[in-house]
Design a protein around this ligand. Sequence first.
Ligand code: SF4
Length: 111
Amino acid sequence: MRTPYGQECRYYYADFNRGRNEQLCQLVEANPASEPWIPDVCKECPVPSIVRANACEHMQLRGRVVKGFLGFGRKMIIEAYCAKVQRKVDEPHVGCGECHGDSQIASLFNE
Ligand code: SF4
């Protein structure tokens, strides 16, 4: 579903049918440690670009909203984890490097 800022995001949900006004981020909903989500968080959220760049089935994302400097604004903090090698992924756009090594990079250049 498309967020209010135009990115396609698998975690965004909205229902405006028949007078409803429901919007939520399912990634934040799954994390009770998060500050409350508001649609403005989507504006600078890295998740849509991470998912576009890295579709690895083993990578799991965890997101939480934090308040900005002096409590103004909110932003999304993302942690990524590889369920295959069972470790944190430092660069979610790239992945942990286990499955998508030299062979995938070579295939990108050969297309
Ligand atoms: S905050 Fe990020 S993950 Fe959540 S719905 Fe918006 S773009 Fe998607």
